[in-house]
Design a protein around this ligand. Structure first.
Ligand code: FES
Length: 66
């Protein structure tokens, strides 16, 4: 199993490699069965908190460097 990590994708989502516990606003854990997920960073997904590819349609631009 891979080590947990979060990668910021240029002009796209956060790529999360499990296992990472993700909680909703009330502290309830989201049920995630996949080894890797993408979280919306543009704010336009229709499936928040997950990325649904809408960032491509709205030409979301953001490049973050460490
Ligand atoms: S980052 Fe992909 S829909 Fe928002």
């Amino acid at each position: 199993m891979a080590e947990p990590s979060i990668t910021i994708r240029d002009n796209g989502p956060y790529v999360v490699t499990m296992p990472v516990e993700i909680l909703d606003a009330k502290g309830n854990p989201l049920t995630i069965t996949r080894e890797r997920i993408t979280l919306c960073r543009c704010g336009a997904s229709n499936n928040k908190p997950f990325c649904d590819g809408t960032h491509n349609k709205i030409n979301f631009e953001s490049q973050v460097s460490a």
